[in-house]
Design a protein around this ligand. Structure first.
Ligand SMILES: [Cu+2]
Length: 150
């Protein structure tokens, strides 16, 4: 599955290079930072790449979690707070990053099977009814962050 998502991402970027515009809706770089405390939510991040038309990400689901929500962290007068999002706009041809301190996923109750596999399979559901399955790499506290070792 991971290999498949990678191939889709790779062929999508090839097409971007050849026609010079983003016209495929996809997502990559998905990770889940597992909460070190049982019962506390884990956080999820990824890059959402827009397709030919403006859409919204309206839901993210997974068969192996208790609950999954889309959130946004905001800072006001030095106070950080989080609000639940009903949807995340993904404009045509643009990349929307779910990242620490911004829009992100909150995930409760990641299943033991996914933890063992080191991957959480999620389904992204868009306003145009596109459904994209993506495997997020599960990272535990203390794991090296990919890209910082080279
Ligand atoms: Cu949150």
């Amino acid at each position: 599955m991971n290999k498949l998502s990678f191939m889709i991402a790779a062929s999508a970027s090839l097409m971007l290079a050849s026609c010079g515009q983003g016209d495929i809706l996809y997502a990559d770089n998905a990770v889940v930072n597992l909460s070190p405390v049982d019962g506390n939510p884990s956080s999820g991040y990824m890059d959402l790449h827009g397709g030919r038309v403006d859409v919204e990400l309206v839901s993210v689901t997974s068969d192996d979690v208790l609950r999954l929500e889309m959130h946004e962290t905001t800072e006001e007068d030095g106070m950080m707070s989080m609000a639940k999002l009903k949807s995340i706009p993904v404009p045509a041809g643009e990349t929307v990053k779910l990242e620490p301190g911004g829009k992100h996923l909150m995930i409760w109750g990641v299943g033991a099977g996914s933890k063992k596999r080191g991957l959480l399979t999620m389904t992204l559901i868009y306003s145009n009814n596109d459904r994209i399955e993506i495997d997020a790499a599960i990272r535990k506290v203390g794991d090296p962050v990919p890209g910082t070792e080279e």
